[in-house]
Design a protein around this ligand. Structure first.
Ligand code: EPS
Length: 392
């Protein structure tokens, strides 16, 4: 089974990702892994920290001669900012006078709930781990899942469909969405330039007023066959697994599969995707087709062969330059929430992180369905199943 976990604090020495269960023999393109890390750092409205960091994957285990070898993959990503925190946040006792307390919790952040939970006198240790810096490890792990999926012809991409009040109004084709990942300059990750320009104005307004702004990203999985996930048990349903994975990303407050939100206010006759049968073979393994994809490629918890579409709704970042009301941990006096520095908008970065979480989830269910200790065995089992679908 493919599993992964991360470790590391935002201002600690390094971030760590540990991925196990990937088959042996998956070609590893380190340039691609680092490019994914770079993509996570981009976007108009990212904060000062991104000017300090240049995230790079240092692979410690599980890869030899450019391929996975089936053993756990450990990846380290060094925090360049550590040199500014080494004395303030040492592993050993250090000098307590240098400790930089986070004295008043930020509304919307984990600060208060975390300090109460772990009995911390201030929110420093809470934010160190709750920070979205942790997602660097997820993106590194996700890049390996993408490399595995690539061997099966399955691809994952994302785009931004809303920033604040500005929404993408036209449909985006798979090719347009996939092409965004190759761009060397990321503004807001929207496929439409005019909409992106208006999104940028939304971020500029938030920057001017000391505010932050949220939005919506959409992740698309292209090339996944019908039959991933299961309708038989609640905890094997692909939509449930994807929702949990995307909801776990910092600042995500809602997840939608396909057009779930619109569907709730509509009629069944309009919402459900009719089933057609192509007269001739297409580039897809099966000839059942859909003229629309409101289900987002999943019916009954099982992929149906259409693109899998997952949206994440992001609240605005909770660290505000113009802080909200809070209370001091030590004196209980009314004050403003703590502020060190912050991002203004992270929607494109969240999309990249969600790609990683979706890729890890799809890789896991694919591995469960097709099995295989080596990439060769996985591919053989996959091809056998595709042939079965083709002949259905
Ligand atoms: C982040 C690093 C952090 C923040 C951001 C995400 O760096 P620092 O705290 O040193 O400024 O930029 O963290 C948050 C959004 C948050 O809520 O904590 C990163 O690498 O993505």
């Amino acid at each position: 089974m493919i599993r992964f976990s991360t470790a590391g604090e935002s201002h600690g020495e390094a971030l760590i990702a540990l991925v196990s269960g990937l088959p042996a023999g998956v070609p590893v393109d380190l340039e691609f892994v680092n490019r994914e890390l770079w993509r996570r750092q981009q976007g108009y409205g990212r904060g000062g920290r991104m000017k300090i960091e240049t995230d790079k994957a240092h692979v410690l285990s599980g890869v030899r001669h450019g391929k996975t070898i089936g053993s756990p993959i450990a990846i380290e990503i060094v925090n360049r900012d550590w040199k500014n925190w080494e004395a303030k946040l040492p592993v050993e006792a250090g000098d307590p006078a240098l400790h930089q307390a986070v004295a008043s919790p930020r509304p919307g952040h984990a600060d208060l709930a975390g300090a109460l939970k772990y009995n911390f006198p201030d929110a420093r240790y809470v934010l160190e781990r709750a920070s979205a810096r942790e997602t660097t490890g997820r993106v590194a792990a996700g890049a390996f899942a993408k490399l595995m999926l690539r061997t099966l012809g399955i691809e994952v991409a994302s785009h931004v469909i809303r920033v604040g009040r500005v929404e993408l109004e036209c449909a985006a084709a798979w090719k347009e969405i996939a092409a965004l990942a190759a761009k060397d300059e990321v503004v807001l990750g929207c496929v439409d330039e005019a909409t992106e320009a208006r999104m940028k104005e939304e971020v500029e307004e938030a920057a001017r007023t000391g505010d932050t702004v949220g939005g919506v990203f959409e992740v698309v999985v292209h090339g996944a066959p019908a039959g991933l996930g299961s309708y038989a048990n609640w905890d094997e349903k692909l939509d449930g697994l994807l929702s949990g994975a995307v909801m776990s990303i910092q600042a995500v407050k809602a997840v939608e599969i396909g057009r779930g939100m619109v569907a709730a206010g509509s009629f069944g006759s309009v919402v459900h995707d009719p089933i057609h049968y192509a007269a001739e073979e297409t580039d897809k393994p099966m000839r059942f087709t859909r003229p629309q994809n409101n289900a987002g490629g999943i019916e009954g918890g099982v992929s149906n062969g259409e693109d899998i579409v997952v949206r994440g709704y992001l609240k605005p970042i909770s660290t505000l330059r113009k802080p909200l009301e809070s209370v001091r941990f030590d004196t209980r006096e009314k004050t403003s929430a703590s502020y060190e520095r912050s991002d203004i908008c992270v929607v494109p970065a969240a999309g990249v992180i969600a790609e990683a979480m979706v890729a890890l989830t799809v890789a896991r269910v694919a591995q469960e369905k097709f099995g295989g200790d080596s990439a060769l065995e996985l591919r053989r089992n996959f091809d056998g199943y595709i042939e079965q679908i083709r002949r259905f």
